[in-house]
Design a protein around this ligand. Structure first.
Ligand code: ADP
Length: 521
């Protein structure tokens, strides 16, 4: 990236798209309406193919199949080890098709092919194996109750799960929900994001090959306000798991409450802070900070969009950060030299550019980037703002500044410092003391993740315990693993993904109590 041009176009041969219909009750079928919509290639903005568009009627059919499979089918009744064996086979099939699957997420999501191949797709297999291994270790407890009674608990699958997922990690999101739900013995209706409908259909095909009974895993592509809303308000779905924006999470929870009071778990937005202290290794800190926001073009819910640097190292940090931005290569996600592909979605691309314009008008200093790259596709330069702090109360811009959020006298009311941009835009700020840094880090309605870079153990411990967020990365960032739970505090949602905590989201406890006669116990 030299500020004006992109790396060359790719020479990778994209495999033909095999699956474009809805997957209901073990079969690929057209939507009831017969409607289809375009899957877009964000490198060009042009259509790759058309896929079936599901609506309420299709969700109804999928729920019927999932209900039947749960109420009468073998899946929840098999032993955990049998479920685990099928999930292991599913994982093997994913690995056998890793290149083709990586290509689907890259072409449809603008994600780096190399990352999908090395991380996202193998991560799906690892996720399935982790929960496959847990499937036969689900058990309750024996209870000695008050005199004359004893009891035991069963941990039962919660039932039919509706899974509504976003477009930034089409594969990881799919399995983050499907891994634990399937291991628990649930059946599912998955609605992928309308921007990235392709890989989920391939996974449905592989699940069938692996021996997953019909009706256990259904995939219905479609739009949020139609197919998505049909899931959250469905009377015959027992639980909804959602990852996406806070705004849509609120709608889903409202619909769930207004229909059958199904429990929901929500993994929502973030405005995650990264705190860099003066004792940090500067080069390492620059690397971490850079990747923490620009990885996956900033389209990651835990992106550290607010970076706080202690004043003693601020100048040198800024200098090195800009050098790094200048060496960052933007271009075709299939080109192995490229660090950043196009944003996934046109609407999102335009929203990011409008946030950038908003930041400039609000008086933040643009350090680097700040515009779209080229005239084709959804490419945006890595953008860094400083001086992101001024009280802009008297200003009145096109994007509405929402209710100002004051806490402990600290005021960071610039829109770009508060709202989730979900793109390659960093707000860089300076701090003096640890206490100040903690207050400013917590000065947000969100609480998904945070990072701390320091060699001082006391600082690391104090900051980790003081920040209200679901995961804190010390001297690293975006370090995810399937056995490490994470999820939101505050308006970043609730419920946990990954780890055995996620498995518990798909189980419920039944207590069985019985009297014991003629016993002195
Ligand atoms: P983003 O803002 O990142 O695009 P969204 O939260 O809008 O993310 O979308 C995440 C998922 O939620 C997508 O699958 C989308 O179709 C779905 N969705 C959007 N609106 C609704 C809604 N009103 N009800 C249910 N699902 C929705």
């Amino acid at each position: 990236y030299n500020g004006s041009s992109k790396a060359s176009e790719s020479v990778f041969k994209i495999p033909p798209i095999k699956f474009t219909k809805l997957f209901i009750n073990g079969n690929f079928v057209d939507s009831v309406s017969g409607k289809t919509f375009e899957a877009i290639d964000p490198r060009t903005g042009e259509a790759i193919t058309r896929v079936s568009e599901g609506d309420k009627e299709d969700i109804d059919l999928a729920v019927k199949a999932a209900r039947q499979a749960f109420d009468h089918g073998p899946w929840p009744r098999m032993s955990g080890s049998e479920r685990g064996r099928i999930m292991m086979k599913f994982a093997d099939l994913i690995e056998e098709n890793v290149e083709e699957l990586a290509a689907l997420d890259a072409i449809n999501g603008g994600k780096l092919f190399s990352h999908c191949k090395a991380m996202d797709i193998p991560g799906a297999a690892r996720n399935l194996r982790y929960y496959a291994g847990a499937a036969d270790k689900i058990h309750g407890t024996v209870l000695k109750l008050s005199k004359g009674f004893q009891g035991y608990t069963l941990r039962e699958p919660i039932g039919v799960v509706g899974s509504i997922i976003p477009w930034n990690f089409p594969t990881i999101m799919f399995f983050m929900k499907a891994g634990p739900a399937l291991a628990a013995g649930c059946t599912m209706v998955v609605k992928p994001a309308e921007q990235t409908p392709l890989s989920a259909l391939y996974y449905a095909h592989l699940a069938k090959l692996a021996g997953l009974p019909d009706g256990v895993l259904n995939v219905v592509n479609g739009f949020g306000e139609t197919a998505g809303a049909a899931i959250s308000s469905h009377m015959d779905i027992d639980k909804v798991t959602f990852t996406g924006s806070t705004e849509v999470g609120r709608k889903i929870m409202t619909a769930a409450a207004a229909s059958n009071l199904k429990p929901v778990s929500l993994e929502l937005g973030g405005k995650s802070p990264l705190l860099i202290f003066e004792d940090a290794d500067i080069d390492q800190a620059v690397n971490i900070a850079f990747n923490a926001i620009f990885y996956n073009k900033g389209e990651i819910c835990v992106a550290s969009s607010r970076v706080y640097v202690q004043e003693g190292i601020y100048e040198i940090f800024v200098k090195k950060l800009v050098e790094k931005a200048n060496a960052w290569v933007i271009g075709d996600p299939f080109d192995l030299r490229v660090n950043q592909g196009p944003q996934t979605d046109k609407k999102q691309f335009e929203k990011i550019l409008s946030y950038i314009e908003h930041g400039k008008r609000e008086g933040a200093t643009l350090l680097t980037g700040g515009k779209r790259l080229g005239s084709k596709g959804f490419y945006i330069e890595p953008t860094i703002f400083t001086e992101v702090k001024v009280n802009s109360l008297e200003n009145n811009y096109a994007i509405e500044v929402p209710i100002l959020y004051y806490r402990d006298g600290i005021n960071e009311d610039m829109t770009i410092a508060k709202e989730e941009i979900f793109g390659p835009v960093m707000s860089l700020m300076k701090f003096k003391t640890m206490e100040e840094a903690i207050k400013r880090a917590n000065n947000t309605t969100y609480g998904l993740a945070a990072g701390v870079i320091t060699k001082n153990l006391n600082v690391a411990n104090t900051v980790s315990r003081s920040i209200r967020a679901g995961i804190i990365w010390l001297n690293c960032y975006t370090a995810f693993d399937v056995d490490c739970p994470y999820g939101g505090y505050k308006m970043s949602g609730f419920g946990r993904e990954f780890g055995l905590d996620a498995l518990n989201q798909y189980l419920q406890i039944k207590s069985i109590v019985t009297p014991i006669h003629d016993s002195p116990w």
